[in-house]
Design a protein around this ligand. Structure first.
Ligand SMILES: Cc1cc2nc3c(=O)[nH]c(=O)nc-3n(C[C@H](O)[C@H](O)[C@H](O)COP(=O)(O)O)c2cc1C
Length: 229
């Protein structure tokens, strides 16, 4: 049995997870804090998640050790800036053998870029899934920035405001993967994934960025896919 788990703020990782779910005819389970794992003891688990500030997003970090699986495939989407060392870090958290992993460059959340990706390397991974074999993921240079209060940096650089268009439908409260939104405000648990902004039916959540962040993001630093197989 193959299970697919996905954490996705704005749909980029979801698009990659959908590639696997279409190819393998399996549903995708969304990762959120306090989620219940529906597929217990699966043969293979595919986990798709984005790089956030050179790190694994918090809900994914918490859920990875709880998935029981003989084999794991780890896929991390990223906005062509930096990958950190998330795949090796993820491989240390899982209870099972990692048989394939890949960094998949795609659009950046904060530039509102489309969720396009190169499916060729994912085809290679599908072949590996058919013939599992354990791999070792080498440690990558992470740099210092991801280690310096990553969530705080996001909170300072990205501001989310509720506007008067809010009709209090509470969809943002329900959709928030880290339970950071109450009916009154957005609290410090917010990881700036922008799922609330993307899914608001009234466009009542507006987002503003520090100009330095926007400038930094324009200079794409690493654009290649990287596969471990
Ligand atoms: C909070 C946050 C931090 C991010 N940090 C990085 C990063 O360190 N390096 C990078 O290349 N992209 C970064 N991105 C961009 C995302 O990794 C990328 O757009 C990803 O595909 C988003 O996937 P999603 O739509 O499934 O959440 C970041 C995005 C967010 C929201």
């Amino acid at each position: 049995m193959i299970c697919i788990y996905c954490f996705s703020g704005t749909g980029h990782s979801r698009a990659v997870a959908k590639f696997f779910s279409d190819s393998l005819k399996t549903e995708v389970t969304d990762i959120a804090l306090e989620m219940k794992i529906s597929c217990i003891e699966s043969e293979i688990s595919i986990v798709v998640f984005p790089v956030y500030n050179g790190n694994i997003p918090k809900p994914v970090k918490l859920i990875l050790p709880k998935i029981n699986s003989k084999y794991f495939v780890l896929i991390s989407t990223y906005g062509r800036m930096s990958t950190g060392n998330v795949l090796q870090e993820g491989s240390k958290l899982v209870n099972g053998k990692v048989i394939a992993a890949a960094y998949v460059p795609t659009g950046h959340t904060y530039l509102d870029e489309p969720a396009e990706f190169d499916s060729e390397i994912l085809q290679t991974i599908l072949k590996r899934i058919a013939h599992p074999k354990e791999i070792i993921i080498k440690k990558e240079r992470k740099g210092v920035l991801p280690c310096i209060f990553p969530n705080l940096r996001s909170r300072i650089s990205v501001r989310i405001h509720r506007t008067d268009d809010c009709n209090k439908c509470n969809l943002c409260v329900k959709n928030c993967p880290v339970k950071a939104i109450t009916d009154k405000n957005i609290n410090k648990n917010c990881i700036r994934c922008l799922r609330c902004v993307k899914n608001c039916p009234e466009n009542a959540l507006s987002v503003s960025f520090n100009p330095l962040l926007k400038k930094y993001l324009k200079n794409k630093k690493c654009t290649k896919s990287k596969i471990f197989i």
